[in-house]
Design a protein around this ligand. Structure first.
Ligand code: GDD
Length: 420
């Protein structure tokens, strides 16, 4: 029997995602028409003999989290629970704190996944690999190639190509180590809990001898487990170069949306819309929630997600964008490379446009880089335009490369600005 834990972090994480994480946890932000972590849950639910999925983090369990968990329980017919850390405990601290609940029923191994990754989650393949290579005492890490100059932003590992054993691991190294990077998806053997116990004991000792806050015991899965497993020769790398990207910023959510829609083309074609008699013109990969009302003269796509109860009026054009619940796009408005926040409205002939972000097309294995919001001279870097919740854009107004905080009423055009 297997279990899965999704590390969802908490409200002090996801700051680069604001204002989209202001009113709901970032892991519930929709990409490809469903909350970010529903993709993880869907993949876990497809693993044979997986008995439970645990969401581990330090968000308050608000109503929307309960509703999300209940919806997924029913949809995938799998046990799902939220376990709340009393404060930020690091990527390994919560695992140790809830070890008894995670190990209840004696699972043979535990999948652990970062919530902020977009991936096609080859869990079945990882499981087969794990059983053949790592067996009962080893653990498996999902790795993919990354461009050499980007590698230092991730955990990097050296892999023995014959045995697939990880021989060296460095978390976000200062200089190049390897272009095999940690995807934030693991299948651990139960013996990691003794390593976590050692790490806790060592930290407590340090606090006792050197001083520090005993309530602030942060344990890092990467430093305290992955590196130790590597030293002991107990970590094996499952390599996959298919879909993978991080979701750290609004721009990376739009890129992840594109990746998930293109995965639907291979695996869930029925989720994609197509041009039909009397319906809007659909170009490329588009997801439209069944409750949305889209005028037949609208032109949508590629890479567009339209969420629940959205209204799209005549002559509207949308490309490379996420339109969140209950948005109204009025006649002949245009939305390109943008995210339009919940309950916002865009007036007639208004134009919302951002700059699309993509991995460096000239570097092999390049990933999308979620850089700083500002350039070296302190100016807002060109990126996706984001309208927060409840923003009103008046008719004929043009918004270019801007981030607009919730509740604003925009009667004049703006360019390259953050509107607080
Ligand atoms: N439960 C819980 N508690 N989750 C946490 C905590 C915590 O205290 N801190 C972070 N997380 C979750 C985040 O929500 C995210 O899903 C994941 O753990 C990793 O977050 P970060 O700590 O921000 O790490 P990172 O994304 O910069 O780097 C990690 O992921 C990369 C792949 O995306 C590392 O594992 C890298 O090695 C890896 O390459």
């Amino acid at each position: 029997m297997w279990k899965a834990v999704i590390l969802i972090g908490g409200p002090d994480k996801g700051t680069r995602f604001r204002p989209l994480s202001l009113n709901q946890p970032k892991p519930l932000f929709p990409v490809g028409g469903m909350p970010m972590i529903q993709h993880h849950i869907e993949a876990c639910a497809a693993v044979e003999d997986l008995s439970e999925i645990i969401l581990l983090g330090f968000y308050d369990e608000e109503e929307y989290m309960k509703v999300f968990i209940n919806t997924c329980r029913k949809k995938y017919n799998v046990k799902i629970r939220f376990l709340k850390e009393y404060s930020r405990m690091g990527t390994g601290g919560g695992l140790y704190h809830f070890r008894d609940q995670i190990m209840a029923g004696n699972p043979s191994g535990i999948f652990v996944m970062n919530s902020d990754v977009c991936c096609d989650f080859p869990l079945k393949e990882m499981l087969e690999f794990h059983q053949s290579k790592a067996s009962s005492v080893g653990s498996t890490i999902l790795t993919t190639h990354v461009a050499k100059n980007e590698s230092i932003s991730y955990g990097c590992m050296v892999v023995d190509q014959a045995t697939k054993q990880v021989t060296h691991y460095v978390e976000k190294p200062e200089s190049y180590v390897s272009n095999n990077m940690n995807c934030g998806v693991y299948l651990f053997s139960p013996n990691i809990f003794s390593m976590l116990a050692d790490a806790i004991a060592q930290k407590q000792d340090e606090i006792y001898t050197q001083g520090g806050d005993p309530d602030c015991l942060i344990i890092s899965l990467e430093q305290d487990v992955i590196m130790k497993l590597t030293e002991k020769g107990k970590l094996f790398a499952y390599q996959s170069d298919s879909t993978w990207s991080q979701i750290k910023s609004a721009a990376s959510a739009v890129y992840a949306n594109k990746l998930y829609l293109s995965l639907y083309r291979e695996k869930h074609l029925h989720r994609l819309s197509k041009t039909e008699e009397g319906g809007p013109t659909i170009i490329g990969d588009v997801y439209i929630h069944p409750s949305a009302k889209v005028d037949h003269s609208a032109v949508i796509g590629p890479n567009v997600t339209i969420c629940e109860d959205v209204r799209v009026e005549s002559g509207v054009r949308i490309r490379n964008a996420i339109i969140l619940n209950e948005v109204k796009l009025c006649h002949h408005s245009c939305v390109l490379n943008s995210i339009i926040g919940w309950h916002s409205s865009v007036g007639n002939w208004a134009r919302i446009e951002g700059t699309a972000q993509q991995p460096n097309p000239n570097a092999q294995f390049a990933k999308l880089v979620s850089g700083s919001l500002f350039d070296n001279s302190g100016k807002l870097s060109p990126s996706i335009t984001v309208l927060g919740e409840n923003v009103t854009v008046e008719s004929e107004v043009i918004i270019l490369n801007a981030i607009v905080l919730p509740g604003k009423d925009l009667a004049h055009s703006v360019k390259n600005q953050i509107l607080l």
